[in-house]
Design a protein around this ligand. Structure first.
Ligand code: NCD
Length: 339
């Protein structure tokens, strides 16, 4: 039995390097299924409860498709207003009931720690798809998986790397979770670039410092990117601000485009963003003129999300060693293989 079978995945704090390696090994095994080179029906008959009480495109659809790619079916609830939570039902009651309808649940909710509270009422594994400004563990895993692959292709490793995180580091849950995962590695340099009001929370900074990593904190993008192996951009999380006007103050403060990249970064700096990028004129935090740049990893990141989520389903449901047993051919024409 693997260590994840029957367990919730709520926080990156429950993982260690061995656990991460296990997830990455299974994720790698998912590649031919994600590319439609072959199929597996290992989860035929299983149901995913995909509960998204906050907007999402990638995370929600990739959780659903990851489950479909393993042969399972998806039951989806989207939005607070259309669920009984809007009638005052507790997360505990919702979880008690919905967990008897499904075999595993993926959940996103606007409040910090809500997914943990939900998991207490659930009789099946719950995977955190983002709880408010707190955590986004599956995004952090796919980010780390991407960082490892991208650096490896350049002959580099995670130990000793330099990462610049840019934007809304206060409300951006992806950078909170990713920073904590990186704390498990050695000798990392962090450059944290944000307006002072949107700085990385003290508890994350403390984790980074306690892990012995180096931190530079600044509110200037240009002049602070020349050492970065990874440049991780984030969106202003406007939905977590007290008002739109408040969020507008910070929109467009940091922008990366081809000219700024070429002037400020090493030629092999990898560009990452959890997406969605805010492409509206007043923000345009990551310009389309970098779309074809070989170091732009944002779409590879999203592709890797499928692999990581497939791996987490296979592990929590204990079928990671049965993928081949339930394989079958792909009957339709598929372009995916030449991606
Ligand atoms: C992120 C999120 O929801 O936290 N998106 C994602 O899941 N890929 C980042 C964001 O919304 O800006």
């Amino acid at each position: 039995m693997n260590q994840f079978q029957g367990s919730h995945i709520l926080s990156v704090n429950q993982l260690d390097l061995d656990a991460i390696q296990t997830i990455f090994t299974v994720a790698q095994k998912m590649t031919p299924y994600a590319l439609r080179e072959k199929r597996t029906k290992v989860l035929d008959g299983a149901i995913l409860g995909n509960l998204f009480f906050e907007p999402s495109t990638r995370t929600r659809v990739s959780f659903g498709c990851a489950f479909n790619l393993l042969g399972g079916r998806v039951a989806e609830t989207v939005g607070m207003a259309s669920s009984s939570l809007s009638k005052g039902e507790s997360l505990y009651d919702t979880a008690r009931v919905l967990s008897s309808y499904s075999d595993v649940i993926a959940m996103r909710h606007p409040e910090s720690y809500s997914v943990r509270e939900f998991a207490e009422g659930s009789r099946v594994p719950v995977i955190n798809g983002g709880d408010g400004a707190n955590e986004h563990p599956t995004q952090a895993l796919l980010d780390l998986f991407t960082i490892q692959k991208e650096l490896h292709s350049k002959g580099l490793g995670i130990d000793g790397m330099h990462i610049a995180m840019v934007g809304d580091l206060k409300y951006g849950r992806t950078v909170h979770s990713l920073s904590r995962l990186l704390c498990m590695y050695k000798n990392i340099s962090f450059t944290l670039i944000s307006p002072a009001e949107l700085a990385m929370p003290d508890y994350v900074i403390a984790d980074i410092e306690n892990a012995g990593h180096k931190i530079t904190i600044t509110d200037q993008l240009e002049g602070n990117l020349d050492q970065a192996d990874i440049l991780y951009l984030t969106r202003i999380q406007e939905e977590r601000f007290p008002s739109q006007e408040e969020a507008d103050k910070y929109r467009g403060k940091f922008r990366l485009n081809s000219a700024i990249y070429t002037k400020n970064c090493k030629s092999n700096t990898v560009i990452m963003h959890p997406l969605p990028r805010d492409s509206r004129l007043q923000a345009n935090e990551l310009d389309n003129d970098l779309n074809n740049h070989p170091n732009l990893a944002i779409f590879r990141q999203a592709d890797n999300g499928l692999l990581i989520r497939m791996a987490l389903f296979a592990l929590t449901l204990g079928v990671d060693n049965q993928l081949e047993k339930y394989e079958c051919p792909v009957n339709w024409y598929s372009r995916k293989a030449d991606r």
